[in-house]
Ligand binder design. Structure first.
Ligand SMILES: Cc1ncc(COP(=O)(O)O)c(C=O)c1O
Length: 369
């Protein structure tokens, strides 16, 4: 068996090459490089797909989080609640505007913000709650919204890892007042470069986000506030429109691989990801939890199986947030996932033979201790 990569973007490219290359050429011919018509078309398609009124494309998902914080008027002295175990960018939006990230532990089953622990973190300074649909699994939005609504706090979804995921039958995106997503190449809906978007059904937030991404212009060359150059380029719009047509099929293939992994890894002393009845994860990552994680990872590497760690240091233990004064033990579920989580190869084009080979290698590695 050849080496099994963690992610194979080239395999995906080969399946859409004949669609992508003419679309890129059309952008060259139109010279719509900076945003341009291709990006506008994609914005309409993706807003409709997510069930929201507006999609404002941005240069990255991190910028989307920054813009969302600005749209909510969040600044120094304010607090933003988010899970302790996520990619660091979830916290950057709050930090960029001078607000304080307030970490909350995750639920051990979904591995997303634990709604039962949110209320205790709310203060009069809390200005937003950011649940993250981590690894493609929707957070428990009803329970989170119930707490948020009780206190009148807006919810901003971080859907960077979850394009197309469903919670109680609806795709993620419309649950928060704004939703931030990323089109980083490795995401389920990945660009051929950097990209991101802010989704919202509010005309006001959408208009503000559009101004902020384009130098804060209210009209051409009239600047009423500090703005940014956060525009997404036309090539990404063209690629994303093509990929959006394939997204549901790719997500279904990922879900089939996840079910197969769970079947093949039954009975091992490892924690397998769960399939909550109210949600459809899009399996951005398939993460098992095991003791001796690093040793198992080395054995898998020696057997030709590439794996990943997402994320080995939770946010409250990052040096950048040492000023918050947290210690090991503050968020035990997050820390346990950070210490034990191991991401197995996951992408739509994996073959069943590869899934079986990965599972066999995991079995052998776990048994060898
Ligand atoms: C959970 C999460 N939030 C935010 C981001 C930021 O997205 P980007 O890399 O496009 O800035 C990412 C991805 O990198 C992510 O995984």
């Amino acid at each position: 068996m050849n080496k099994i990569p963690f992610l194979d973007l080239k395999a995906q490219y080969q399946t859409i090459r004949a669609e992508v290359l003419p679309a890129l050429e059309a952008v060259c011919e139109s010279t719509g490089f900076a945003q341009g018509p291709a990006t506008k078309v994609f914005e309409q398609e993706f807003a409709a797909y997510c069930g929201v009124k507006h999609c404002v494309t941005l240069n990255t998902g991190t910028s989307a989080l920054h813009v969302a914080m600005l749209c909510l008027g969040i600044g120094p002295g304010d607090e933003v609640i988010m899970p302790a175990e996520t990619f660091i960018a979830t916290a950057w939006g709050a930090s960029y505007v001078g607000a304080k990230p307030v970490f909350v532990d995750i639920d051990p089953v979904r591995r997303t913000l634990d709604p039962k622990k949110v209320e205790a973190a709310i203060t009069r300074r809390t200005k937003a709650i950011i649940p993250v649909h981590l690894y493609g699994m929707p957070a428990d939005m009803d329970a989170i919204l119930a707490v948020a609504n009780k206190h009148g706090i807006p919810v901003v979804e971080d859907a960077a890892q979850s394009q197309g995921a469903r919670y109680k039958g609806r795709r993620v995106g419309p649950f928060g007042v704004m939703t931030c997503t990323s089109f980083y190449p490795g995401k389920n809906l990945g660009a051929y470069g950097e990209g991101g978007a802010l989704l919202t059904s509010s005309d006001e937030y959408a208009a503000h986000a559009r101004r902020l991404r384009d130098h804060g212009q209210s009209q051409r060359y009239c600047h009423d506030e500090v703005g940014f150059n956060y525009r997404m380029d036309g090539f990404q719009g063209a690629v994303l429109s093509i990929k959006l047509k394939h997204l549901d099929a790719w997500n279904a293939a990922r879900a089939a691989h996840a079910r197969r992994y769970n079947e093949l890894l039954q009975g091992l002393p490892v924690t397998l990801p769960s399939f909550p009845a109210d949600s459809e994860s899009v399996w951005h990552l398939y993460v098992i939890e095991c003791d001796n994680r690093d040793a198992i990872r080395e054995k898998l590497s020696a057997a030709g199986v590439d794996t990943g760690l997402h994320y080995p240091v939770p946010l409250h233990l990052q040096k950048v947030y040492a000023w918050l004064g947290h210690r090991k033990g503050d968020f035990p579920v997050s820390e346990k996932l950070a210490d034990r989580g191991l991401s197995l190869p996951m992408f739509a084009e994996l073959t069943d033979e590869q899934v079986q080979a990965v599972a066999a290698a995991v079995r052998a590695a776990v048994r060898a201790g």
